[in-house]
Design a protein around this ligand. Structure first.
Ligand code: HEM
Length: 206
């Protein structure tokens, strides 16, 4: 029996973007028109973004720590996983905009411009990472600057996820687990980086 070939490249992006839109439509349709549906869809897209972000964030570390066909495939598809994350988070942003427009009093309850700052900085990085994942801006930026921007941007986004989940830990539910997942992913990435530097300095010494 032949295994089902999973899509790759732009087809993978299209499949993941399509799934994000279907999920959003289902969540909105499952609620009567109003703030509850929008908030649920905002939460759902934050979660799809989180899953896609984790895959892109960890791809290189998994190849270093657990090399194999699956981790190598993840690394090959990293650009498209990252773009699918950007798509899902754009939907998150559009829903937030609609929520703020339609229900300003609910949107601003317990929220200030300052408390929205980390998320807004996250969106700024998301925009820069997305724009520079295409060939022409990539070339314009140059290899070193591109690497620095993408590494910084991914850590900033990881920090925003971490903070978003951390702030919700008192609400219980899945938030402590989500925070632990993000925290463990950051630790794993640092471990992979450390192993990489140790291997390099070992090779340089020998
Ligand atoms: C890169 C930037 C951002 C990230 C990584 C992010 C992440 C998250 C996460 C993890 C959640 C919780 C999902 C859950 O319930 O499981 C969430 C929900 C939410 N976010 Fe974002 N967010 C970002 C930007 C923003 C911005 C700029 C705003 C508004 C100014 C915002 C407004 C909201 C709202 C209203 C919710 C739903 C709250 C609720 O109903 O509990 N987010 N976001």
């Amino acid at each position: 029996m032949r295994a089902i070939a999973l899509p790759s490249g732009w087809k993978l992006f299209a499949a993941l973007a399509g799934l994000t839109l279907i999920m959003t439509a289902v969540v909105l349709a499952a609620h009567p028109l109003g703030s509850d549906g929008l908030r649920s869809a905002i939460r759902a897209t934050a979660r799809s973004s989180f899953a896609l972000f984790l895959l892109a964030f960890l791809a290189s570390s998994l190849v270093a720590l657990v090399p194999g066909p699956a981790s190598r495939r993840m690394l090959r598809e990293r650009r498209f996983l990252g773009l699918a994350f950007a798509f899902s988070h754009t939907v998150h942003g559009v829903l937030i905009y609609r929520y703020a427009q339609q229900f300003p009093e609910l949107f601003w309850a317990g929220r200030t411009v300052t408390s929205s700052l980390p998320g807004s900085i996250g969106y700024l990085f998301l925009l820069m990472l997305t724009l520079t994942s295409f060939k022409a801006p990539m070339r314009l930026l140059g290899g070193r600057a591109w690497k620095a921007l993408h590494s910084t941007g991914m850590w900033v986004l990881a920090g925003v996820f971490c903070l978003s989940f951390y702030n919700r830990i008192p609400m219980g539910g899945w938030y402590p687990l989500a925070f632990a997942l993000m925290f463990a992913a950051m630790a794993l990435k640092l471990t992979a980086k450390l192993a990489h530097y140790q291997r390099r300095s070992g090779a340089a010494l020998s």
